[in-house]
Design a protein around this ligand. Structure first.
Ligand code: FE2
Length: 347
């Protein structure tokens, strides 16, 4: 744009204004193509990296691939982004933003007490079962499941005609993990988070259907105390159009930037980021103590799940500890990739 150079859709240089007047006679356009990223596709998600000789996506996901597949592979028709992506900036350190959205459950009962009282989220009289898996390379996931439906192949909130398809596309353990989901959230290290949740659609008080909604969030660090968030709402391509709108609206009204939840999160995560940058706070460690007493479970309901798995009916900060362990390792490792190269990483 600056000097008007134009490129083909495959990255080859096409147009150079003033080519004959201002550049050497043997200027070779073929030498100045755009740089290529290495790209891999995982069930509708396109991942790209500038590290051409880095690990494959499969190796990078490691044992977390089981869970990402459970979230993304279950729809034969695939997923589509509904509506425009939501996008905002905040005065928040990217790590605080990521752990708040993709990992932290503790604040739901305190910071978000009021939306909870409004009954926006579908609930259960029984204690839900919370399963947290701390995976390789800093990835993690937590599923909070209804245990009282009597049908362990039910996907509450998703159109019932799609349930059979969901089960058919997953292994038995994957289907069990994501079925009867109240909230399933997590993070692909470092900064791609997701939430798949069930809640009541409050758009039409006379006929409020319960809908499920899924979203991806990318938190892009723009400075030590600033980040930009992109949020995409995903729906199965073959879901009824009306359901897609309900699902979208339910998310915009809750976890969208103007929703009932997100403004509280934004205010708090910005305050946490600011406070932690102060000279006194810098002398101390942040506290991630919840669930430290829990021991990893070899099996859950007789199933072996990948990762270091913790089971409880309350909240644990196991995922946060895994995330920050990975971050510390990378930031202190001599093997940290050369960030002077193109692109760089999120650290
Ligand atoms: Fe929150």
């Amino acid at each position: 744009m600056y000097h008007g150079w134009t490129y083909d859709t495959d990255g080859r240089l096409r147009g150079v204004p003033g080519l004959r007047q201002w550049y050497q006679p043997d200027f070779d356009r073929a030498q100045h193509s755009l740089r290529s990223a290495r790209v891999e596709v995982f069930h509708d998600l396109v991942f790209a990296t500038w590290q051409l000789d880095g690990p494959s996506l499969t190796d990078y996901l490691g044992d977390f691939a089981f869970y990402l597949e459970a979230l993304m592979a279950r729809s034969t028709a695939g997923w589509e982004v509904v509506g425009e992506p939501l996008r905002w900036v905040s005065q928040t350190n990217w790590k605080i933003s990521v752990e708040n959205f993709g990992m932290d459950s503790l604040h739901l009962g305190t910071l978000h007490e009021n939306p909870g009282r409004l009954g926006i989220f579908g609930g259960t009289d029984q204690e839900p079962l919370a399963i947290t898996s701390v995976c390789q390379n800093g990835h993690g996931i937590e599923a909070t499941k209804f245990m009282d439906s009597g049908d362990d192949r039910a996907f509450p909130g998703y159109p019932e005609e799609l349930w059979e398809d969901f089960v058919a596309n997953l292994s038995d353990d994957q289907a069990w993990f994501v079925a009867n989901n109240l909230v399933c959230k997590g993070n692909i290290f470092p900064n791609l988070s997701f939430i798949d949740l069930f809640h009541d659609y409050t758009g039409d008080p006379s006929t409020p259907p319960a809908v499920a909604a899924k979203m991806l969030r990318l938190v892009r660090p723009t400075g030590p105390l600033s980040s930009e968030v992109w949020m995409w709402i995903l729906v199965p391509r073959d879901a009824p159009e009306q359901w897609k709108r309900w699902s979208q609206e339910s998310l915009v009204r809750t976890l969208g930037v103007s929703g009932t939840f997100e403004p509280d999160d934004l205010e708090n995560t910005a305050a946490i980021s600011s406070a932690n940058s102060g000279s006194v706070a810098q002398r101390w460690n942040m506290l991630f103590l919840a669930g430290e007493h829990l021991k990893p479970s070899a099996t859950v309901e007789g199933r072996q799940l990948p990762g270091e798995v913790f089971v409880c009916s309350a909240n644990t900060e196991s995922m946060q500890r895994g995330f920050y362990r990975e971050w510390r390792t990378r930031m202190s490792s001599a093997a940290t990739p050369d960030r002077a190269g193109v692109g760089g990483d999120a650290s």
